[in-house]
Ligand binder design. Sequence first.
Ligand code: DGL
Length: 265
Amino acid sequence: MNEDEKMDISTRPVGVFDSGLGGITVLKEMTRLMPGENFIFYGDSANAPYGEKTTQQIRQLSGRIVDYLLGRGAKAIVVACNTATSAAITGIRAAHPEVPVIGIEPAIKPVALAMPHKRILVMATQNTLSLRKYHALIEKYEDQADFTSLACTGLAARIEQGRFEDEDLMELLHSLLDPYAGKVDAVVLGCTHYPFIRRQIRAVLGDIPLYDGGAGTARELRRELEAGGTLNPAALGGRVEFVSSRNTEEELRLYRALYEMPIEA
Ligand code: DGL
C-alpha cells in the first residue's frame, strides 16, 4: 500500500456494533481517545438482547452487521459487545482477514492485577459466562483473585429500554445484587450495557471499584490502526454516525442522548 492509499483509508470510518445501545459506552471511550477518527455505530436494538440467543443466531446477526459495515467502507470492526465477541469473533476474523477486528472481554485481567486476592463479582449475560472464551479467561486468573460470576438475566434488556431512573430498574438490581452487598470488593461490568448504570449498581453494592473493558478496547483499536498505518491523522473533528436496526427517529434520538450523557467513572 502506498502513502496515498493509506491516507485514503485513514479517513474511512471504524465500524462498531453491539446488540443494542450498550456499545455506546465503548464508543465513548474510543472517541475520547481518538477524537479525529470517524465512526459508524450500529445498534441491533431490533434483535436485542443477544444474551439469551443461541450462538448460531448471534453469529448470523453479527455476520450481517459486519457485512453492512464493510459495505459502508469500514477500515476496522469493533465488536462492542461481550456476548457477540464470545460467540462470533473467531468466525468474523476468519471471514475478514482484510480488516482488523477488535473485540471486548470482561475486565478480568485488569481487576486481578489491581486487586489481588480480593472478592470480585463478575456481572455479564448468561451467554458470555457459559461460552469457552470466558472459562479460559477465568482459568488464567482464578488463582489471583476470588471470582464469582453472576448471570444478570434481563438486565441488558431492561437497560435497552433507556429510562435508567425508574424504580423497576432498582428493583431488578436489588433482586440480582442484594445477596452480594457488603460481600464483594469490586465488580467487573462484563456487558457493555452496564456502565450506563454504574451509580445504580453502587447504590446497591456500595462505593466499590467497577471495572469494564471499554477503555482497554479503545486502546487496542488505536494500537491496531497505528500498526496498520490507518489511524486518522486528524487530532479533532471526527464524525459519529448512528444506525439502528430498530430504525426509528426515537431510537436514534436515544442513542445520541446516551452518547452525550456523562457516565459516572
Ligand atoms: N451488550 C452486550 C454485551 O456486552 C449484550 C447485551 C445483550 O444483548 O444481552 O454482552
